[in-house]
Each structure stands twice: as C-alpha cells, then as structure tokens.
Write a protein that binds this ligand. Structure first.
Ligand code: FAD
Length: 394
C-alpha cells in the first residue's frame, strides 16, 4: 500500500496513546480551586509547566478546545500503577464530564520511561519533580481528540505564530545561502500548512447544528493559494519520512506495547509495511542532502544556534491557549525534534557516534506527525492535482 494510505489508515493502532504533560496543568489548577486549596498551593501550581514567555491568557471559544483524557480503565494494563492493575476496559468513549473521567495520576512512572530516558538536544524538556517545574502526566486517546477546528484564533494564537516566525525561524531572503536556516523555516512553515489543512478539513460549519465538514475557502486562503506553503508541506513530509527511513532498523525492533497484543502485532506489521515499502525510496525525492549540512567552519556553532531556536519553539507550545491545539502542537513539534535528532544528531555511518536511541514518546510523536503530514499531502493531492509552480527545491 502507498505510504500515504498506510499512514492515513484510521485503524492504525500506533496512534492510540500519547503522554503529555503541560496541557493538564490548567485542569489541575481548576480542580485545586474547586477543592479550596490554599493560595500558596495555587501559586506553586502556576509555576508548573507554565508558559515560560507570557502569563496564561488562553482563550478558546469552543467546548471542542478541551482535551478528553483517558479514564484509568482505558490505560494499558502494563502502564498502570501496580495497585490499579486488573481493572477492565470499558468502551473507548470520551468520558469528559462524566464521573468515570477522573484521572488516575498515580501511574507507574516507570511506564513512561520504560524504553529509555535520553536527552534530545533539539527539544525542550518539561522539567519533572526534581526541577523547578512539575508536570502532570496523563494519557490521551488521540483518536478521541482529533486535530481539527477548535475556534482558537485571535491575538493569542497569532502571538504564538509571530513569536515562532519573527524570533525563532525568520523567513530567509531569496539570496540566502544558509541551507540550515532554510531547513528550520521550511519545517515550521510546512507544519503550519498541515495544521491549517486539518483545521479546514475538520471545520465546524454550523455550530447550532453541530455540523462538521470541509471549509475549502479557508484551505485555499491559508495554504493552497501560497505555492511556497504547499512546497514547505511537501518538504516537511519528505524530511520526516527520511528520518523514519533512516531509523528503520530501530523502529522495526522497537517494543510496541499498548496493552493489547493483537493491536501491537498489527502496529508492528504496519510499521514494517511502511519502512520496507519498495515504492518509498524510489518515489520520494530527497528533500536535501543532509551530509552537506553543518559542515563549514561555523557548522557546530550554527547547529547550536538552530537547536536553541528549535527548543524555544518547543517551549512556546506550552503557551498555546487551547488544550487540544496544545496537545497536537506539542506532539508534532516533538515529532519534528525527533526527526531532527535522527537526521542530524546521529550519524549512521560513523560507528564512534552513539547509536540511535529514542524514547517511547518520541516514536509515538514521530509516527503521528508523519500520519498528520501524510493526510495533509493526500488532501492537497486530491484537491489540487496540479499546483502551478509546485517544484521541490533542492
Ligand atoms: P494563522 O494560521 O494564525 O497564521 C498567522 C500568520 O502566519 C499568517 O497571517 C501568515 O502571515 C503566516 N502563515 C500562515 N501559514 C503559514 C505557513 N504555512 N507558512 C508560513 N507562514 C504562514 N486552531 C484550531 O482550530 N485547531 C487546531 O488544532 C490548532 N492548532 C494550533 C496549534 C498551534 C501550535 C498554534 C500556534 C495554533 C493552532 N491553532 C489551531 C490556531 C490556528 O493555527 C490559527 O492561528 C488560527 O486559526 C487563526 O488563523 P489566522 O488566519 O489568523 O492565521
């Protein structure tokens, strides 16, 4: 099956679970308010995984902004704290607002780091209890929280994108020769295009009738009428695909444990189909020659500078004022950070380098990002068979 189909497969089980941290702090804060905890405690909460750049002013119009967390009976057995094991799963339905929605925060923390705990120089790590910030962890079923229109718009959303583009990855001028800076800009712009496409594909057409559907005008205005944004989407897709291909050996043998053996086997099989799809290498042009990057005298310095910018972008995700957008923003930026780590922090040819090691969440983020980009590319291909000027830049 073509890669885009495998990745767009609604049943693909790799997308089931993700651990995320900061989006929960607001919920937690309101819970504490309800329980009448002291102001001291609240202050402490405020510091936890707070947006490092501005005070929180998250505004989101729709109920759809909020994330529906997994109740504890949906957690994979192996990830539950030992005392909670043995609870049977109910139907996988959004439990938001129901008593069953109570979230178990006493998960077996080892489960989250069951694979390996290893730093990624490209990503901003939310600090844990040992540091200044405490981030609540919970599980989210991504299939019950699709990336789509949430009504998050206006100055809060604009401020995030402005900070990303103006301070952290300015658009390069046409004469610019620094490939590395171009790469960062294109990756972010490509991700932005993909987010806009998912907003347009899952748009709330009529709020009173709760009618969802495609908003082609929005898609056209935000993405399709800008060939460079479409090109950047393709670039980002190829970039992530290349990272996945480079990490094929690791990804093939990674432990896919969701607590459901049949699902895990299916995940492994889908992964192999993806990694060893003969069309993959033949059909995909290389987005760039990664061996040529970071080479010059200033290479190491440039890499540090761009890593810092990317870490800032990653930290900015804690400032996204809508839970669901923040969930998908964090997930996808982590996916990009993972792709950057695979392509630029580990040299498969040089045996002196440390071998590639990924955290469980990095693999989940990488595969989900590829799925999101893949679905966006599919939509663009279907809607616009030939976009004038759509040529991949070397
Ligand atoms: P925006 O998309 O906010 O764009 C701001 C400016 O950036 C544009 O005016 C343009 O100059 C430039 N720009 C736009 N696209 C590109 C591109 N591809 N490349 C380069 N420059 C570009 N909203 C939802 O409804 N659902 C979501 O899941 C969601 N997730 C989000 C995740 C993140 C991380 C962020 C920051 C925002 C998210 N939003 C989401 C909000 C959404 O992205 C828009 O900000 C919002 O819909 C307002 O759109 P806008 O027309 O002002 O343009």
């Amino acid at each position: 099956r073509p890669t885009t189909e495998i990745l767009a497969d609604k049943d693909a089980p790799l997308r089931v679970l993700v651990v995320f941290y900061a989006p929960i702090w607001k919920l937690y804060k309101s819970m504490m308010l309800l329980e009448g905890r002291t102001t001291d405690m609240l202050e402490q909460v405020k510091l936890w995984c707070d947006c490092p750049f501005w005070p929180d002013d998250g505004m989101c119009r729709l109920r759809d902004c909020s994330v529906c967390e997994c109740p504890e009976n949906e957690f994979p057995e192996s990830f539950k704290a030992p005392s909670k094991r043995g609870l049977l799963s109910d139907d996988l339905v959004c439990q938001e607002g129901k008593p069953q929605a109570t979230v178990d925060r006493t998960l077996d923390t080892k489960a989250f780091t069951g694979w390996i705990e290893i730093d990624n120089p490209w990503t901003h790590e939310d600090e844990t209890d040992n540091g200044s910030c405490h981030c609540e962890m919970t599980y989210v079923n991504l299939q019950l929280n699709p990336e789509r229109y949430t009504g998050y718009t206006g100055p809060s959303a604009r401020r995030i994108w402005d900070a990303i583009y103006s301070e952290n990855c300015p658009k390069y001028s046409s004469g610019e020769i620094c490939q590395e800076k171009k790469v960062l800009y294109k990756l972010i712009s490509g991700l932005h295009s993909s987010i806009s496409i998912h907003i347009a594909v899952g748009y709330l057409l009529d709020e009173s009738a709760n009618l969802w559907g495609q908003n082609l005008e929005l898609m056209h205005n935000r993405v399709l009428r800008h060939p460079d944004r479409v090109r950047n989407l393709y670039f980002t897709f190829l970039f992530v695909l290349r990272a996945v291909t480079k990490a094929a050996d690791y990804l093939e043998h990674a432990e896919y444990d969701s607590g459901n053996h049949a699902e895990d086997l299916k995940a492994q099989s889908l992964m192999r189909q993806l990694l060893y799809n003969p069309k993959l290498q033949a059909a995909c042009p290389l987005p760039f020659d990664d061996a040529k990057l970071w080479q010059g005298q200033s290479g190491p310095e440039l890499k540090q500078q761009i890593q810092k910018q990317f870490r800032n972008i990653s930290a900015l995700m804690d400032c996204v004022g809508c839970e669901k957008c923040r969930l998908w923003g964090k997930l996808q930026v982590l996916g990009l950070g993972t792709a950057l780590k695979i392509l630029f922090s580990v040299d498969g040819q040089n045996h002196q380098d440390p071998p590639l090691q990924l955290q469980r969440n990095e693999v989940i983020a990488l595969v989900n990002l590829l799925n999101r980009l893949s679905e966006s590319v599919k939509v663009v291909n279907e809607l616009v068979p030939s976009i004038e000027g759509l040529v991949l830049e070397p």
